[in-house]
Each structure stands twice: as structure tokens, then as C-alpha cells.
Design a protein around this ligand. Structure first.
Ligand SMILES: [Mg+2]
Length: 279
């Protein structure tokens, strides 16, 4: 990467929010905030959280204000202008076709009696996101298989995204339009802003980050990610032919510990040499 501007896209929970088991280095978040203040850096949060919970996290954890927020696992994109969150309607239109004319309620009806699924709270649902809880002792793959069969029969083009809510010890399963993923949303935002491919860096830590971590987007996996995710991300990146676009943060990088935002900054150091003197 030899460019002088950067679209820094980062997951929130356990990536810049230090809400995992591993310790956060005391300098990590202050350095991350200072880095993001530079005019050459455009910060976008990419998260499963909805708008209100993103704002809550920014306040609770003193995180830098973003220029953009890709929320609800990619089903919404907001531009933030002087504290106003403006929804990108072009994104909404882009993903609307995938559900083949079915709305949230119709999809819910279709998946109603799949065993073990329980609907998440209304605040976690939106026009293009149907979200369930699934207990961790249940084999998620067999549940996903049953859901896929039903969706396919109705010609619905959906992505089923599995992740784990560690603090609450429960599985999360999101049904989204096929194109409403973190990866497609990042690519859409990049094009929308006219950024080149080598001006984008992504950081993440868990299951719903995998499609980006294994893609051609320059991506860093923070050091606090589980060994299982590290292996899965490396395997996926290799299979897709993008092993060079994945970087695993280390325990010694930038004299911090590679966890959370320290790992994000280490990814910038790795992929964007022009920004090294700004870290
Ligand atoms: Mg995360």
C-alpha cells in the first residue's frame, strides 16, 4: 500500500472494544483515537450492533467518532455528519432484491418452527435483518441447513451468519439479504467514496468477520481472537488466494500486545507503510 489516505474499517466488539478476556494495553485506545483524528484517515465501524448500541459503545469506551458506520452485520450503512446519522439509501436499494419480494415478517413466518431458534429482541431486528438466538450446545450447522432448505424453496437469496456473544454465552444467527454482509458493505462504501482497493484496511476478531478476513481486502485479525478463528481465517484466505491480504497481529507489535485496538494499529503498520510515522 503506497497511498496517502486510508479508509479504516473496523469491527467493534472485541476488536476496538476491549470486552474480551484478554487484557488491553493501556496505550492502545488513546493511540488508536489519536491515529483516527488525522484528516487522511476515514474511520468506519463495521459491526453487528444497531445504531443505538454503536453510540452507546462510543460513549462507554471513549472510542473515536466514525465518519461511517456499517451496522446490523452489514444491513445498514450510515454517514455521520456533525452527529447526525444519515442512512445510505443507495445501499438499502442495493440489497432489497435478494429476498425475492419477501419482507421480514414473511421470512419470520417461514422459519417459525425450526427447532432451537428463538427470536432476538425487536431492537435487533430491522427491514433487512432477521436475528435469532441459538444455544451453544446445539449443532448450528444442522439448524443452518434446515433454514437454507426452506429459504431456497422460496427462491430467497439470503446469508446466514453465525457468531457467538461471549459475554452472554449464546449463539447468534442472522438472516440477511445475500449482499448485506460486512464484506459487500465495505466494498460498496469503498466504491461510493471513490477509494481504491489499496486504500482500505479492515480489522476484526470473530465469525461474522471471516468473509472479510478471507477476502482481497487487506485485513488484520487482532491477537485476542481465538485460535479457532485464526485457523479458519488463514485457511479461508489461502483457499481464496488472498493469504497476503491477511495479517495476524502479534503479541509484541508496536510495543503493545496486539489485542483489540493495538492489533488494529499493528495492521495499519503492516499494510500501510506511509502511515507508520503517524502511528
Ligand atoms: Mg467482534
Amino acid at each position: 500500500m503506497t497511498e496517502h489516505r486510508l479508509l479504516l474499517c473496523t469491527d467493534m466488539d472485541r476488536t476496538v472494544i476491549p470486552n474480551g478476556e484478554q487484557p488491553e494495553h493501556p496505550q492502545a485506545r488513546p493511540r488508536f483515537s489519536d491515529f483516527c483524528k488525522q484528516p487522511e484517515v476515514t474511520l468506519a465501524y463495521v459491526t453487528g450492533r444497531h445504531q443505538q448500541l454503536v453510540k452507546q459503545a462510543i460513549t462507554d469506551y471513549q472510542l473515536p467518532e466514525p465518519a461511517f458506520a456499517i451496522t446490523d452485520v452489514g444491513s445498514k450503512i450510515y454517514q455521520i455528519v456533525e452527529n447526525n446519522w444519515l442512512e445510505l439509501e443507495s445501499w438499502e436499494k442495493h440489497i432489497d432484491n435478494d429476498w425475492n419480494g419477501n419482507n421480514h415478517q414473511q421470512l419470520q413466518h417461514l422459519l417459525n418452527d425450526v427447532p432451537h431458534l428463538s427470536l432476538q429482541e425487536p431492537s435487533k431486528q430491522n427491514t433487512h435483518k432477521l436475528s435469532y438466538y441459538l444455544p451453544l450446545h446445539v449443532d448450528q450447522n444442522s439448524v443452518i441447513e434446515q433454514m437454507e432448505k426452506r429459504l431456497k424453496a422460496k427462491d430467497i437469496d439470503a446469508s446466514l451468519i453465525w457468531s457467538i456473544d461471549e459475554p452472554n454465552d449464546i449463539g447468534l444467527l442472522d438472516v440477511l439479504p445475500r449482499n448485506a454482509t460486512k464484506l459487500h458493505a465495505i466494498e460498496f462504501l469503498q466504491q461510493h467514496l471513490g477509494y481504491r482497493h489499496n486504500e482500505v484496511i479492515f480489522a476484526g476478531d470473530s465469525g461474522n468477520d471471516l468473509p472479510v478476513l478471507g477476502s482481497s481486502v487487506a485485513s488484520v485479525l487482532v491477537a485476542n481472537a481465538s485460535d479457532e478463528i485464526k485457523q479458519a481465517a488463514q485457511q479461508l484466505a489461502e483457499n481464496n488466494g488472498y493469504a497476503d491480504a491477511l495479517f495476524l497481529a502479534t503479541e509484541t507489535g508496536l510495543n503493545m500486545n496486539g489485542n483489540y485496538s493495538a492489533g488494529v494499529l499493528e495492521g495499519v503498520w503492516h499494510f500501510a507503510p506511509n502511515f507508520r510515522d503517524k502511528l
